[in-house]
Design a protein around this ligand. Sequence first.
Ligand code: SER
Length: 631
Amino acid sequence: MDAGSIRQAYLDYFRERGHVRIARANLVPREDPTTLFTGSGMQPLIPYLLGSPHPDGTRLVDSQPCFRAEDIDEVGDARHTTMFEMLGNWSLGDYFKSEQLPWLFNFLTEVLELDPTRLYVSAFSGSPRWEIPRDDEAIEIWTELFSKAGVSAEVVDLGTAEEAARSGIGEGRIILYDESQCWWSRSGPPSSMPVGEPGGIDSEVFYLFPQLAHDPAFGAHCHPHCDCGRFVEIGNSVFMQYRRTEGGFEPLPQPNVDFGGGLERLAMASIDADDVFEIDLLKSVTAAIDSMLPAGSSGDRRAKRIIADHARAVVFLALDGVEPSNNTQGYVMRRFARRAVRQGLLLGIESGLLSALVGPIAASYQSAYPDLAERAGYITEVLEREESLFRRTLARGVRELPKLAGPLLTGDVVFTLFDTYGFPPELSVEEAQSTGLPVEEGWRARYDQLMAEQRERSRTAAAGMFKGGLADQSEATTRLHTATHLLYKALRLVLGDHVVQRGSNITPERLRFDFSHPAKMTPEEVAEVERIVNENIARDWPMNISQMSPDEAFAEGALGAFGDRYGPVVSVYTAGDPSGEWYSKEICGGPHVHHTGELGRFRIVKEESSSAGVRRIRAVVETVEPVTVSA
Ligand code: SER
């Protein structure tokens, strides 16, 4: 079945079972200031999951476009997209596990006719820490469903993904994981949930692509939560029945079901394609990209996937009223649009990329979202404007670069190109490399320093007010830069001195930090690191900078990054008083905030393996933007 037929079949199936179809929500959740974008189907339903009566009753179904900008780095492989559609059904204190799981299994095996021998499920293994028992009811229901379908279904209790990768699932089909996997809330596992947040244990369904070989880079053995791509999660039934309290959980007024299934992934399973870009909704987009390639070229696959994903995202954002700008949602949209255009350049597509993709995208959503075709003219205009603006910026930068640079591209020139022409620093370096112009070795540190100085100059009485323009971007990355220092120190305090920075990457949305540590962090360790960082944000340490030799810096206890080479004089940033009480000291080129109190709330979004002996953390700082109220 194609995606459109699956969507329709799902909505019909649950309508036949007493559900009312509700309208999809806007991609910008106007009533929920905690996130920039609607990233799951349940988000608009939070008040009802917490107990308010829904006007359409206790059984709801919908299909919700979702956007997860934080997954941007993952796009380019065969499975990840930042924009996707989530099919959802909900019981608001109505039915529970004994209806949900059989309905779902029946839908997958009878309606979509998926082969039950390729379905694997997860269930909650129990948590002494949170005093929540093993999900015996779900285990029993799944056992019976598989047995009726004539499929053997051993239960294997593995707890964590690490353990699963170590021991493998053997003949297991019902795999038990702890709260690191079989738990869902908007803010992740129990330890990272704020008080009052609803959540619950869950049970996922995975589809196996046996034609793929396991990739040992992801662990010794494959298992449903392995990231190698053999298993793809196609749906998740969350049993939303708890609310976070200070020390643990209390029951919600009613137990709910919150099911979400990725439409694109269901479509992959249905046509047995292990590449999401092969499904109808995306294939029409990649085909349109192919038709724009210079004669004789077949184009880099990764670039084409990024363009297809980002184009679809910006088309839906435009449909939902977002326009490219330098603020909040508009800024994210701008980045996605420009990244697609840049990838297009790599493929040799030099004009009209985004506008050419609006038609094919609208056509593939004709039946589900007819407003897309109706507003195609407007969407095309918005994207055309942004693309030509960006291309003009690029052209100017490319023209000015050799004149400004002379024989060497320095950090100063990279800064001037960005400051005067809006030409992105990475592009300057790429452009220099492609024309054989040498690039100054320490260009990045110099560029960062100039950016910091410029920020200092532009700091005005408007402090605390919302600032538009590119300042937003550099402010967001600056906050995350400082947060990285606080995190590094907290990791050493919690895990030990063997923790050494192995990599760091910061975008305006999030920080990513790689560090040496032999094991997955426990939820308690993650929570403790978050607590320490937030405590030191609350202490509002001043960030002091001083210059010294690397030897002096290390003697004072400063941290450095593994493998970094230092000149005779280094800058050391201290959170605190450099010669009095301090929390962290680090050799770094900056820029940093003035006081740690500027950061907002720090939250670890993900802790995962990066490579052997190296862990990777993604984290965000959440600030509430001050709102100006006019009379
Ligand atoms: N909220 C759950 C998810 O996003 C199920 O809908 O996976």
